[in-house]
Design a binder for this molecule. Structure first.
Ligand code: MRU
Length: 343
């Protein structure tokens, strides 16, 4: 299952707003359609929107090449619109910048060919990173483990396999996972709609809970680890992830359960010093007052709908990446993991 891929002349994207009941693939050949798909969460999950953004830049390059004199200026505008489609997941701006950089390289290919090649590389590297993250994370789990996860961090949220759900998948393959608990992840139900769908297809034993049941789950059940994803990891190890993550971190600490964040190196943003500096997307109140398109909240109520929260580094037992597991002090461990990439 691929959330995003290139298909001859454009981007093929599985519309996640329709899952699990309908599997509809969209064909996008204009970068503006890619922006629409990211804003409206037809594609979502930090690495997957990075891949979509990368292909979006390739589409923009193809369009802008037709008008050579204004190429640079128009491409810059398109790239900035793509980067800003969702602000919290750093993978999006990281991928857009990377593809833009590739277009500026001097060689015998066209800027479009270079952009497309770079987007292909971002996708392939993400899939490889996820498999490594899966192995690194599975090694942290003892046989018979029961794991709690949040939101959707699986094949749908990435190039393939998944980050935190990749750890769950790898642990299942290695027979160390007994079962996974997953939160429904209101308001858009990425857990109930997407993670549940992925787990049922794989035949991995999984139990869905409402977000509000997490505390009672810790009291009544043996939870061996919480493993979830990240949209941006600041230089000090503070993590922005789906709203509700911080609450789970507090519960894990209270119950002495390890709390792991699984994410590729592309989610680590050393330019952002700490969680306070991470831009947190606030989405439409409509997502909160409605369920499945039906209004459930009383008319006239005010709503606050932050899509993400920030978990301070002090709550995090380890950050599982494709280059190993970073531990406190994260300022040092993250810098050395990221540094290995660039060195
Ligand atoms: O709003 P979403 O569905 O894009 O949020 C997704 C998450 O918060 C994921 O945990 C994160 O992007 C990591 S996905 C591997």
């Amino acid at each position: 299952m691929r959330a995003v891929q290139w298909d001859d002349n454009g981007v093929q994207l599985l519309d996640q707003t329709l899952l699990p009941h309908q599997q509809v693939y969209l064909f996008l050949d204009d970068y503006r359609q890619v922006i629409e798909a990211i804003v409206n969460m037809r594609v979502r999950g930090a690495p997957a929107i990075g891949v979509a953004g990368a292909y979006g830049v390739a589409l923009a390059v193809r369009e802008c090449m037709a008008d050579a004199p204004s190429f640079g200026e128009r491409l810059k505008e398109a790239a900035s619109a793509l980067s800003n489609a969702r602000p919290t997941a750093v993978n999006l701006s990281w991928a857009v910048e990377r593809v833009l950089g590739a277009t500026q390289r001097e060689d015998s290919t066209t800027p479009f060919e270079r952009a497309l090649q770079e987007a292909h590389s971002i996708l392939a590297e993400d899939v490889a990173a996820n498999h490594r993250i899966g192995e690194e994370g599975a090694a942290l789990l003892k046989p018979g483990s029961q794991v709690l996860t949040h939101c959707n961090t699986g094949a749908l949220a990435t190039g393939g396999w998944g980050t935190a759900l990749g750890v769950v998948r790898s642990a299942w393959v290695q027979k160390t996972l007994q079962q996974v608990y997953l939160t429904e992840s209101r308001p858009l139900l990425q857990g109930a709609r997407l993670t549940a769908w992925e787990l049922v297809q794989e035949g991995i034993p999984a139990t869905l809970i409402v977000d509000g049941a997490a505390g009672f789950l810790f009291q009544r059940t043996k939870i061996d680890a919480v493993v979830l994803g990240a949209d941006r990891i600041a230089a000090n190890g503070d993590v922005a992830n789906k709203i509700g993550t911080f609450g789970l971190a507090v519960l894990a600490k209270e119950h002495g359960v390890p709390f792991y964040v699984a994410a590729p190196i592309s989610t680590i943003d050393l330019r952002t010093p700490n969680g306070e500096a991470i831009p947190i997307e606030e989405r439409s109140p409509e997502e909160v007052v409605s369920l499945g398109g039906n209004r459930v909240a009383a008319n006239g109520i005010d709503v606050w709908n932050p899509s993400f929260d920030v978990t301070p580094a002090s709550y995090i037992s380890g950050i599982i990446t494709e280059r190993g597991v970073a531990r406190a002090p994260f300022v040092d461990s993250l810098r050395s993991l990221v540094g290995e990439a660039d060195g």
